[in-house]
Design a protein around this ligand. Sequence first.
Ligand code: ADP
Length: 307
Amino acid sequence: MTAAIDVRGLNKSFGDKHVVRDVSITVEEGRITGFLGPNGSGKTTTLRLLCGLLTPDSGEGEVLGLNFRTQSEAIKRQTGYMTQRFSLYEDMTIEENLQFVARVYELDNRPARVAEALRRLGLQDRRSQLAGALSGGWKQRLALAAATLHEPRLLLLDEPTAGVDPKARREFWDEIHSMAADGLTVLVSTHYMDEAERCHDIGYILFGELIARGTAEEIVARSDLATFNAEGPDIEQVARELEDRPGVLSASAFGAALHVSGTDRPALEAAIAPYRRAPFRWEEVKPSLEDVLIQLMGRKTDDRYAS
Ligand code: ADP
């Protein structure tokens, strides 16, 4: 496997705000990496630094085999960038938008590239529709066509499916996977756990630090979290009672099921012991990615206030 990104010691401040803290990251070619983390944690800034859109204060390494500090112009030319706010011209048709992007990038073989993008993203039949009249899902598809028209090797997607319906999201992800299978390396920032689970790898960013990295399974397997599920009557009341017990990091009701997690197993088991009787049915389950990320967030926040 070849590394598309291999960068170490990345830092970026805006004024006195240290937004990206000593991030080191390797991403293999053709992989889809999802960046998760609360708002303002530095996901977008990290993505922009990696593709040369922003200059870091420090850091070294290679992106697409190029020196990431001295050859950022060449990296930028091979990067596609799609943000949540699609910058398309609403009063132009789909085809005109793509032709315009092709001219701005001064691409060769413009008609062939536009035709190929229309075909690949299933936009042929709608080529004459005004971009402004499209639904969220079709606009997003057009934005993806525009961001990949110059056949980038690296694609950055900043919260790409915010406000898009589930069917369009699924189709969008199918398309991203097919592009990655052809060798495109994709970095995605997202808030959606299901979207993160569609990525090959995950990076969890908190207060500008990359605190977890790997596949969803690896991140879950590395955690020391124990999780129990319970079913029974009035489960929301049990959730409220358990919430503040020692050993319980989180207790939440999902419909008729209760989900309780903690890292101190004896304390957790002691907390749930009074409820481990009929009519409640308990079983230990594997923590979900969301359980683990919530726990990591809590731990990091504690460290921060402790220091
Ligand atoms: P995320 O994508 O995780 O929401 P961002 O990378 O967008 O986080 O932002 C991280 C922090 O950096 C935020 O506090 C944001 O306000 C700040 N920030 C981002 N871009 C700039 C900028 N160009 N100038 C000043 N502050 C910025």
